[in-house]
Design a binder for this molecule. Structure first.
Ligand code: GBH
Length: 451
């Protein structure tokens, strides 16, 4: 049953919209001078992507962006987070800008502004130029400097019209899935030896903050994936394991940025210099003041002490007694309130305004006679937006809610099999069909505007 109860009030200038990323929607993988990214390479490895699918065409958004912006406008959104493909701007990750690549994002930004939609570009959503991966990717300090140069090229072109900038998307997930476990590009399986990837991404972020500001960017954010960590029991060993997990997933990325220091990672065998890669002055660069913290929230994580066979100081265990998404992720709306109140408590006045830069769920929904029923997503959005309102009522300064995602897209290792969109996409025909959740959110946003 669809819930039609009005939402609690939100500030009139609150940013409402959707979030996407370049490789997951654009397609046009080799068009207009675009270079090869690690995802273009990774998807061609046998067996790594469900059904052998790729993002070569994805949602063909590169050619259909006007139609997709019409969908945003129809939703009543006033904000849109997308990512810029580094390889469209610098095909090999360094050197002068590729004019056709910049021109695409220029057109996109103008089309958004024409509809009154505030752009929130993300400069890196996991699609590193393959040429940089060939020089050791984020294990190499040099990649951080290359990133700052790329950031400046983009901002020099767009900062006259783009106010909000996001440096990196989820550096933790890129480190863990890409470099530690190898289930995402670049497919490396370094386990705890991947920890320097954290430092080089954070350094890239810090260097980019200053490059972006020099190029006229007004507000700079980062989008971190954050999870409330629940010890599996009150046993001391479970609490110790949960603390170690929190240090890795949350504090490794929030503490250096907001507090200027790394958390204790000795449980992972890493000293304060994270394996010899932290140099004098780096933390000062990394902790450059920010205008917002982007928070991507999906679900809490329940952590127990590891069994004897485990190579890590924790193991995750299922959260019981809650609904689960088609992806089998637990659905815990109150986790968003808990997370935000926890961030405000930990960081206090060091916490800048928060933007929910991703939050959403996968539903196995189907288009039947032009209608897509996705009651699970309606319930998910309703619950999470109410939890967000509670966090704000408790004093957390939140400025926006950008749901993941606009259109069903290339869900990384899952290919097109997990659907997170408000809009259904038939990936054979590219036909877009707004789902019940799209109509639900449109109606709620219209009510909020009427006040
Ligand atoms: C985001 O990552 C990405 O930024 C985006 O590109 C992607 O499409 C979207 O989410 C959906 O996947 O094992 O049950 O505890 C999200 C990272 C990692 C969050 C796995 C939830 C664990 C679920 N996610 N995680 S569970």
């Amino acid at each position: 049953m669809t819930d039609h109860t009005p939402l609690p009030p939100f500030p009139a200038d609150f940013h409402w919209g959707t979030s996407t990323s370049a490789y997951q929607i654009e397609g046009a993988a080799a068009e207009d001078g675009k270079g090869v990214s690690i995802w273009d390479t990774f998807v061609r490895r046998p067996g790594v992507i469900r059904e052998g699918q790729t993002g070569d065409v994805a949602c063909d958004h590169y050619h259909r962006y006007a139609e997709d912006i019409d969908l945003m406008a129809g939703l009543g959104a006033n904000a849109y987070r997308f990512s810029i493909a580094w390889t469209r701007i610098q095909p090999d990750g360094s050197g002068p800008a590729n004019a056709a690549g910049l021109a695409f994002y220029d057109r996109l930004v103008d089309a958004l502004l024409e509809k009154g939609i505030t752009p929130f570009p993300t400069l890196f959503h996991w699609d590193l130029p393959q040429a940089l991966e060939d020089r050791d990717g984020w294990l190499a300090r040099d990649t951080a400097y290359r990133f700052a140069e790329y950031a400046a090229l983009v901002a020099d072109r767009l900062a006259d019209r783009v106010e909000h900038w996001i440096t990196l998307n989820e550096p933790f997930i890129h480190l863990a899935y890409g470099y530690a476990f190898g289930v995402h590009a670049p497919g490396r399986t370094l386990m705890t030896d991947a920890i320097p990837v954290a430092h080089h991404q954070l350094l890239a972020h810090g260097l980019a903050v200053s490059a972006l500001r020099s190029s006229g960017a007004a507000r700079v954010l980062i989008a971190n994936n954050c999870t409330p960590v629940w010890p599996a029991s009150s046993a001391p060993e479970d609490r110790v394991a949960a603390d170690a997990y929190d240090a890795l997933h949350n504090r490794l990325f929030n503490d250096p940025i907001l507090l200027g220091r790394y958390p204790d990672l000795s449980a992972y065998g890493a000293g304060p210099d994270l394996g010899g890669v932290v140099r004098d002055g780096d933390l000062k660069v990394i902790s450059a003041p920010l205008d917002g913290l982007g928070v991507n929230y999906y679900n809490p994580t329940r952590i127990a002490a590891p069994g004897p066979e485990h190579g890590l100081p924790f193991q995750d265990v299922p959260i019981e007694g809650v609904p689960r998404s088609a992806f089998d992720w637990p659905v815990v709306p109150d986790g968003l309130r808990e997370l935000l109140v926890g961030l405000a408590g930990r960081y206090g006045s060091a916490l800048p305004p928060v933007y929910i830069t991703e939050n959403g769920t996968s539903v196995d929904d189907k288009a039947v006679d032009g209608r897509v029923a996705d009651p699970e997503r309606v319930a998910f959005l309703d619950g999470h937006i109410r939890a967000l309102a509670q966090a704000m009522a408790a004093g957390v300064d939140v400025r926006g809610y950008l749901t993941w995602t606009l259109i069903d897209n290339f869900e990384w290792a899952e290919g097109f099999t997990q659907r997170f969109g408000l809009v259904h996409v038939d990936h054979r025909t590219q036909v877009r069909t707004p789902k019940d959740s799209y109509h639900w959110l449109r109606d709620r946003l219209a009510e909020l505007r009427r006040g």
